[in-house]
Design a protein around this ligand. Structure first.
Ligand code: 5GP
Ligand code: ZN
Length: 183
C-alpha cells in the first residue's frame, strides 16, 4: 500500500540521519574540548541560579545538597516555583532516577507550603516540559509548581509568553513560601 511505502521511506531517512549524527557527535565533543564543554555548562541559566549566582538568589525558596527551588521570573500565577537539580541534566530522561524522585518530593513539600501561605491557591499544576516539542525552553530539567485558582482557564501552565515580574515582588513571595516551609 502507498501509506506503508511512505512510512518505510521516512524510516530509512530517519535511520540515515541517526547514524550520521552518531558518527559526528564524538568528533564535535573532541573539537570542543573540556574547557569549551565547561563554558557551555556555565552559561546554563539554571546552573547559575543553582550555584547561587545572580539576582535570582533572593527568590530561592529551598535548597539542599541535590536540588534548589526558586521563583519563576515570569510566573503563570503568583507563587510559581521551579524545582531543579543542582547538577545539570537536560531533562527527565538524563537525570539520575533518584534525583528525579527527590525533585518530585521537594515539589510536593513546596506545593503544601504554598497552600499554607496567604496566596490562597485552590489547586496547583505540577508539570515538566521535556523537549522543544513539549514546550521546554530552558534545557536544564525543572518541575513547575504553579498555584491555580478557581475560574482560571484550565489549559496547561506553560506556553504563552508572560511578563517578567519585578525582583522585589518575587523575593517577597519567596519569603512567604520559605516561612511556610520552615518546620
Ligand atoms: P519551560 O518552558 O522550559 O518549561 O520553562 C522555563 C521557565 O523558566 C519559564 O516559565 C520561564 O519564565 C523561566 N525562566 C527562564 N529564565 C529564567 C531566569 O533567568 N530566572 C528565572 N527565575 N526563571 C526563568
Ligand atoms: Zn544547567
Amino acid at each position: 500500500m502507498g501509506g506503508e511505502e511512505g512510512n518505510g521511506g521516512g524510516m530509512t531517512k530517519r535511520m540515515w540521519w541517526g547514524s550520521g549524527a552518531a558518527r559526528v557527535a564524538p568528533v564535535v565533543v573532541l573539537l570542543m574540548g573540556a574547557g569549551a564543554v565547561r563554558a557551555a555548562e556555565q552559561t546554563c541559566v539554571f546552573c547559575e541560579i543553582a550555584a547561587g549566582k545572580g539576582a535570582a538568589e533572593a527568590s530561592v525558596v529551598y535548597r539542599d545538597e541535590r536540588v534548589v527551588a526558586f521563583m519563576d521570573r515570569a510566573p503563570r500565577n503568583p507563587g510559581h516555583v521551579l524545582v531543579v537539580p543542582r547538577e545539570h541534566a537536560d531533562d527527565a530522561l538524563t537525570v539520575p532516577p533518584a534525583t528525579l524522585g527527590h525533585l518530585v518530593q521537594v515539589a510536593q513539600r513546596i506545593a503544601r507550603a504554598i497552600g499554607r501561605t496567604d496566596l490562597k491557591a485552590e489547586g496547583f499544576n505540577l508539570i515538566s516540559n521535556n523537549g522543544k516539542a513539549a514546550g521546554q525552553t530552558v534545557f536544564h530539567l525543572h518541575l513547575h509548581v504553579v498555584p491555580r485558582f478557581a475560574g482560571e482557564s484550565a489549559t496547561a501552565a506553560a506556553g504563552e509568553p508572560r511578563p517578567v515580574r519585578p525582583a522585589e515582588e518575587l523575593a517577597a513571595i519567596a519569603a512567604k513560601i520559605r516561612a511556610a516551609l520552615a518546620p
